[in-house]
Design a protein around this ligand. Structure first.
Ligand code: DX5
Ligand code: ZN
Length: 217
């Protein structure tokens, strides 16, 4: 299914009211809910772990797309499965044994995603395609919402070519807004993560600005 899907990142939501925020974005048309897990080690920021993700699950009716920006990954895979992640994405840069990680994610009953930092070439996923359900192309260096979009359209085109007929999503994460979304969609991406463009640095309890944005993206 290559129709464009919007996955708002709750990194830019009101951290004191995730339940309401998740309901609001789903009511307003979010296809997936993107959850950014950061460890203060792989990236210079800290967010939340499996217990919080499990609490989000009670509110997410669509697909819970969990993006791990942590190292190591493997000791936490079962905990994120238990927390209810549908898709679990690990960075190819996060450890020396990405095959083992992707196999373990699928063995735990989730779809397996692999994320590429901006400095990592498309070729890094060529040996992984049989183990992968989603390739996340980072268009910022991960760690924070609201950063400037880095143009990775050549990488996206290379991945689309490499993937061919396989059922693998190409997700774009970082700096997606009404200006950049059409560029990456035209290059072959089908899942667009958007944090600050959806939440505008605040809550979505007022549906008007959110609605305007989601429609534009
Ligand atoms: C960045 C995160 C992103 C982030 C995107 O490290 O992985 O998911 O929330 O935020 P925006 O859309 O504001 O760039
Ligand atoms: Zn993310």
């Amino acid at each position: 299914d290559r129709t464009i899907k919007i996955a708002p990142s709750i990194l830019s939501a009101d951290f004191a009211d995730f339940g309401r925020e998740i309901r609001a974005i789903e009511d307003q048309g979010a296809d997936w809910v993107h959850v950014d897990v950061m460890d203060g080690h792989f990236v210079p920021n800290l967010t939340f772990g499996p217990p919080a993700v499990k609490a989000f699950r009670r509110h997410v009716k669509t697909v819970m797309d969990v993006h791990l920006m942590i190292a190591p990954v493997d000791p936490y895979i079962d905990a994120f499965a238990e927390a209810g992640a549908d898709i679990l994405t690990a960075h190819v840069e996060a450890g020396p044994h990405i095959h083992r990680t992707l196999q373990a994610i699928r063995a735990a009953g989730m779809k397996a995603g692999v994320a590429l930092n901006p400095g990592t070439p498309a070729e890094a996923v060529a040996p992984l395609l049989e183990l992968t359900d989603l390739v996340c192309v980072m268009t910022v260096n991960p760690g924070f919402g609201g950063q400037k979009f880095l143009d990775m359209t050549a990488k996206v085109r290379a991945l689309r070519e490499m993937i061919g007929d396989r059922e693998i999503h190409i997700e774009i994460d970082g700096g997606v807004d009404p200006t950049t979304a059409p560029l990456v969609a035209a290059a072959g991406a089908d899942v667009l993560v958007a944090g600050s463009a959806v939440f505008r640095g605040g809550s979505v309890s007022d549906p008007a600005p959110y609605g305007t944005n989601i429609a534009a993206i």
